[in-house]
Design a protein around this ligand. Sequence first.
Ligand code: PMP
Length: 354
Amino acid sequence: MKPWEKNVRKVVPYTPGEQPDRPNMIKLNTNENPYPPSPGVARVLKELDPDSLRRYPDPGAEVLVHALAEYLGVSKQQVFVGVGSDDVLAMSFLTFFNSEKPILFPNITYSFYDVWAGLFQIPFECPALDKEFRICTEDYFRDCGGIVIPNPNAPTGLEKSLEELEEIIRKNSEVIVIIDEAYIDFGGTSALSLLPKYENLLVVQTFSKSRSLAGMRIGYAIGNEKLIQYLNDVKYSFNSYTMSAAALAAGVEAVRDDTYFRETLQKIINTRERTKKELHRLGFSFPDSRSNFIFATHRDCPAEELYEALKQADIYVRYFRKPGIDNYLRISIGTEEQMDELIRFMEHYLGERL
Ligand code: PMP
């Protein structure tokens, strides 16, 4: 080790899903939306005047904050925006989890949580999911430094009822409870309705999945005004200009076009439900997903083998080589045609294998 290395902050980073770029690939590995963003997004990006890029963007991201506040029926002071929900979640960990006591999140969940906890030196504990991959509510009734619950959970896709979430929020009034709703628009019930009742609740959502803007990096948090003020204080101590002019303009258009948003969601939900039936027919089982992915295991074929076979055919799904989930594939919902091709390939592959 070089002498200077002892002062380096060493962390184990998050591993993002592969981003291959092959001409005819079917990419079902990072829960992206298979449909383009609202046509208004293309229009404002085309209209963006390069001369305006000389200037810094609005540090308060006022236009986007305003559009979201109006859309969600909250005040502007209740909205915090960031560079994808990863940025919003990281800022929230840094702002709200500053206790000696461990924060709690499930043992099988979004694998960025333990990375941020490690980076910010936040102690954490991870209550185990039950055998059906459900989050056990009672595990979160204990003294702790804060709580993060993704709803629906990733990579399982399972939704937790609002009643159970409310119990967790109510019984932990001394700490902040973050509900990560990255996948809530695909048929789940948001915890936003609980905000007037609980000042310790922060709801985090994203434009990456349901609004087809993963490449633009837009996420947001909704909470009571005090929480948002604390978040902004930390943000302005780190990087004032988080949202680019392009992201602000695109984000506003995406929020405005509610008809397009709802149509796209419905298409994905319909395709998901059809895919569930097909997967069952082929011998897969899976938790009943309320998200834009299905976490599936096959009764005969090991997940890793199938993952490799799919990859050879330029069909990318996500495989996690982790205890408890290493025989599962997380399959994002693509277009009808993409899912047809996936099913056709698997039907053939599994048939040949017998
Ligand atoms: N939360 C969960 C549960 C996720 O799966 C993801 C996507 N990887 C994110 C947050 C972050 O998404 P983004 O930064 O694109 O908003």
